[in-house]
Write a protein of this length. Structure first.
Lengths: 433, 176
């Protein structure tokens, strides 16, 4: 009887993972088609969509890696059954590294003619608002020591190297512990976590600066890396909640993932909701208070069109305040909302608005057009224009999601659903608030 | 003869008191309590307690704090004494936000603190349960359960019988 159930479970898991893989390949295929179309037509919009879909899942992965590290650092007993799901998930970094390659190909000029198509600084001939080229830009010369293609490429390898090595090490420690039951793996993991938290913090900060902030490389903000961290943690916690409750309802974690675990994850979600708002507001507040044109332009292009009217980003930014902070904050204050369907609802909600938050940070750009009939010499890329842009964004988000889900289920079918030989596993299973 | 406050029984282990509490809960008593030397996980459910009302005090404190902070900034900058600082408007919810935020935290903390005192009816320097002759042991290694005479279902003989049934020892009437 029990063996039948097991084989059925494995079969259905295989079925799901096949579906996820097919969806992933189709989604990324469409996004890649858009990517190459954008490259050949010198239109950066599909590339931004590709970056957006990639960064959504990357942020979730980074957040999950942080969570693993934090659970080890604080020696959290309750989180051990949850940590295993994260270990399955962070196996996705290898795939994410492959998905990043097209950006390097464009930046190095392997495909397409404009190396500065996505990141303007990558080409000395890109024209900036005001008519100057990047090569003649004073700020670029000042930042050149950091912002040059060779160092940028080295950093890309460094970031993915750090994430992959950390993720694979934690996975190896934990999976090996399942087999040999040697508790020294936990001590090893804790030592690695102590080093890893610094590496992870630095790499996440500089990755956000490199990939998103340098889209407008004139801008200065010291909060940007922390913003990315905060967003990542929210996405990771929302993803973790969905994974755990889904697995509990499918039977893999039935009776193991309990309301107590759900409650604590909900508390963390509430904390990081406030943290995200704190950081996002601080960034805005400092720039607003200092009122220096070099910094305020980043928010100006997110508020006004070149005609001085409220642009689509103005509505998006207000939406972020009320729906990405205020509503989840009030909702998660309630004890009852931290369980079952209710926490699933807010997790999906947070993930959706995390995507909108990424839109807000990645998409608005100054499109230089010296012939444009306005004194600024540029127009701002609106949220909804062109409407076809959403095809690339959505297919990329679904596509990378499919691949990540495939990786997750593959890892799940090969390993135990919980680390049964962890010295503190009973503490986690019997956890009661 | 002083008035009777209730009856109290002694238990030896956390498991005993836990199951005893479940039985008293199922018997439908409302005014009763459990005394233990340390917190026992799941006792809230076993006693059938509702969730604490302290969060309500916190929320009210926080909301009052937020609007107080905003009001202070508005009153000073916009209403009472206009000053242009840093080229900003007299009042704007943006630069006053840190003030309102800090006030929210402060008054939410006060709300929690005083809410705890109010819901627990503290300070309370005397409680009739302390008249129990085994009271000192409850701060050490014994567990006690008390049913108060104020309960609508209270009946001296039946309660005594119930306490004996659920495994209580040293059953004693407590004076008010």
């Amino acid at each position: 009887m029990s063996s039948n159930t097991t084989s059925n479970d494995t079969n259905s898991l295989d079925g799901y993972s096949k579906i996820a893989l097919i969806i992933g390949i189709i989604g990324i295929g469409i996004a890649l088609a858009g990517f190459f179309m954008g490259v050949s037509q010198n239109d950066p919009r599909p590339l931004l969509g590709y970056l957006l879909g990639f960064s959504f899942w990357l942020s979730m992965g980074i957040g999950m890696l942080f969570l693993i590290i934090l659970f080890y650092l604080f020696d959290a007993g309750w989180a051990i059954i949850i940590r295993r799901q994260l270990e399955h998930a962070v196996g996705g970094f290898k795939v994410l590294a492959l998905i990043f390659i097209p950006f390097l190909l464009v930046a190095w000029g392997v495909i397409g003619s404009d190396t500065g198509l996505l990141w303007h600084w990558a080409s000395h001939d890109s024209i900036l608002p005001g008519g100057e080229t990047v090569g003649n830009d004073v700020l670029y010369h000042k930042k050149h020591g950091f912002l040059n293609l060779s160092f940028f490429t080295v950093r890309v390898f460094l970031f993915f190297g750090i994430w992959i090595v950390l993720a694979e090490s934690f996975r190896k420690f934990s999976y090996t512990l399942d087999k040999d039951g040697n508790a020294s793996w936990v001590t090893k993991a804790r030592k690695l976590a102590a080093v890893g938290i610094f590496l992870c913090a630095l790499s996440a900060t500089f990755a956000a600066i490199d990939w998103f902030k340098t889209l407008e490389f004139h801008w200065f903000s010291t909060m940007y890396g922390v913003w990315f961290f905060a967003g990542s943690m929210r996405a990771a916690l929302a993803g973790t909640v969905i994974i755990c409750i889904l697995l509990a309802s499918k039977g893999y974690l039935k009776g193991i993932f309990k309301p107590s675990h759900s409650y604590l994850l909900g508390c963390l979600m509430l904390a990081f909701t406030v943290f995200w708002a704190y950081i996002s507001f601080c960034q805005y507040f400092l720039i607003y208070n200092a009122n220096i044109p070099e910094e305020t332009f980043w928010y100006n292009i997110r508020e006004l069109t070149h005609l001085g009217e409220n642009s689509s980003w103005w509505y998006i930014s207000l939406g972020l305040i009320f729906f990405h902070f205020f509503f989840p904050f009030i909702y998660l204050l309630w004890y009852k909302n931290k369980f079952g369907v209710r926490i699933i609802f807010i997790s999906v909600w947070i993930l959706f608005f995390h995507i909108i938050d990424l839109y807000f940070n990645i998409l608005p750009g100054r499109i230089t057009d010296p012939s444009a009939d306005n004194p600024l010499g540029y127009t701002v890329r609106e949220f909804h224009i062109p409407i076809t842009g959403f095809i690339w964004d959505i297919s990329m988000i679904i596509g990378v999601g499919g691949i990540c889900a495939y990786v997750f289920m593959k890892n799940m079918s090969r390993n135990k659903p919980i680390p049964i030989k962890d010295p503190r596993i009973l503490e986690s299973i019997n956890y009661n608030i | 003869m002083t008035k009777e406050f209730g009856q109290m029984a002694l238990f030896d282990t956390p498991a005993d008191i836990f199951h005893a509490a479940e039985k008293v809960r199922d018997a439908g008593f409302k005014k009763w309590d459990v005394f233990t030397p340390f917190p026992i996980h799941g006792m809230d459910d076993a006693m059938g307690l509702k969730r604490s009302r302290v969060p309500l005090f916190t929320l009210i404190g926080g909301i009052i704090g937020f609007f107080t902070g905003m009001f202070i900034a508005w009153y000073m900058g916009e209403y009472d004494y206009n000053l242009i600082v840093g080229g900003k408007p007299y009042f704007s919810p943006i630069f006053t936000f840190p003030v309102a935020y800090e006030m929210t935290i402060l008054l939410a903390a006060f709300g929690t603190f005083f809410g705890m005192f109010i819901t627990n009816m503290l300070p309370q320097h005397y409680h009739s349960a302390m008249n129990y002759k085994n009271w000192p042991q409850i701060t050490d290694d014994k567990f006690a359960l008390m049913i108060e005479s104020k309960d609508s279902k209270y009946d001296k003989e039946k309660v005594k019988e119930l306490l004996r049934e659920i495994g209580g020892k040293e059953i004693e009437e407590i004076e008010e």
